[in-house]
Design a protein around this ligand. Structure first.
Ligand code: XUL
Ligand code: MN
Length: 347
């Protein structure tokens, strides 16, 4: 057997948050990004996931030189902390120009803004020495089907992916599917949609997916199968592990917090495919409960990372011979009860 994978973990600074939700304001004091970066290593994380404006706040109002100078400063901070920037994502859901989406907006001016912002995001990533751009296509969808021409929207998304590949010949584009929220229906709801965009692009080797557990669950799909699909195409750029208690708002609960067996299967699929051997990060996208006191609140990150490692142990101690025997005998009743006992630590 080859050496066990030594998993590397990542999260984004937005995962240490002030606790605002659509019904109420912040409940914890703001904690500056630089101070967050100083916490990563002691929490067991070495990768940082970033939005473009996590790196360069207020970038819409800056000149390219000012933008790159700020990115250079952040690179020095990350280097100093021994951290790797895993990806940069354009935040295309906050500006006035993205109220109805960016790339798929009906307004040519809004689409031009989205493309300019995307180029800036790629340039920031390059200045950080990072090659992955995540596209969470937040508002690329509709509230009512008739609002946009969906076929044209797909063509526009395809063109943007190609234009990104052209803008920088080294970057990779990782599409993070999500079926809804903030829109009613998003144009790229599943990893299948993302991978279709990849294969239809001008260089499919540079277009992959990032799978978030909660997003797959919101689509009514099993995250481990979504991951397996991407892995079968060698197109799993990264993951956002978390959990989701049924079909409601995007909860970003702690990994395993709602369903341990679903968490186990994600870890099993990743481990069995050798995910991480080429340096891929185990990313978490978890939100602390609004009720949690203190600042900074990091328990949810520690717990999710630790749960992942506990599940790795569960995967590694699975009785493979017994599993094969039960598969051969098609005795899935026995298999299910064995798995439940294994998860509960009962012999
Ligand atoms: C939104 C979401 C984002 C992306 C990064 O649901 O998951 O945090 O992961 O933009
Ligand atoms: Mn996410």
């Amino acid at each position: 057997m080859s050496n066990p994978i030594n998993y590397r973990f990542s999260f984004g600074p937005w995962n240490i948050s002030e606790g605002a939700d659509p019904f109420g304001p912040e409940v914890r004091a703001a904690f500056p990004h630089e101070k967050k970066f100083a916490l990563y290593r002691e929490l067991g994380f070495e990768g940082v996931q970033l939005h473009d404006d996590d790196v360069v706040p207020g970038l819409d109002g800056l000149t390219p030189a000012q933008m790159l100078a700020k990115a250079g400063e952040v690179k020095r901070v990350l280097d100093g902390e021994g951290l790797t920037p895993e990806f940069v994502a354009p935040r295309l859901w906050f500006a006035e120009q993205t109220v109805d989406g960016g790339y798929t907006s009906n307004s040519a001016a809004d689409r031009a803004y989205a493309w300019e912002r995307t180029q800036k995001c790629i340039d920031i990533a390059r200045a950080l020495g990072c090659r992955a751009i995540v596209l969470w296509l937040s508002r690329e969808g509709t509230y009512i089907r008739e609002a946009k021409d969906a076929r044209l929207a797909y063509e526009r998304l395809q063109k943007v992916v190609d234009a990104m590949l052209d803008h920088d010949s080294e970057i990779e584009v990782w599409i993070e599917p999500k079926p809804n929220e903030p829109t009613d229906q998003a144009y790229v709801p599943t990893i299948g949609h993302a991978i279709a965009l990849a294969y239809a692009s001008k260089d499919h080797r540079r277009v992959k997916g990032l799978i978030e557990s909660a997003h797959a669950l919101l689509a009514g799909l099993d995250p481990s199968d979504e991951m397996a699909f991407a892995l079968a195409h060698d197109k799993l750029g990264s993951v956002h592990l978390n959990d989701q208690n049924g079909l409601k708002y995007d909860q970003d609960k702690n990994f395993g917090g709602a369903n341990l067996r679903v968490a186990f299967n994600q870890v099993r699929v990743l481990e069995e495919a050798g995910y991480g051997r080429r340096g891929e990060f185990v990313g978490l996208d978890v939100k602390a409960m609004r009720t949690q006191r203190g600042c900074p609140v990091t328990e949810h990150l520690k717990a999710s990372r630790e749960l992942f490692l506990l599940m790795v142990e569960k995967v590694r101690t699975l009785d493979r011979a017994l599993m094969e025997e039960m598969r051969g005998a098609r005795d899935y009743e026995a298999m299910e009860f064995y798995l439940l006992r294994h998860l509960m630590g009962v012999k």
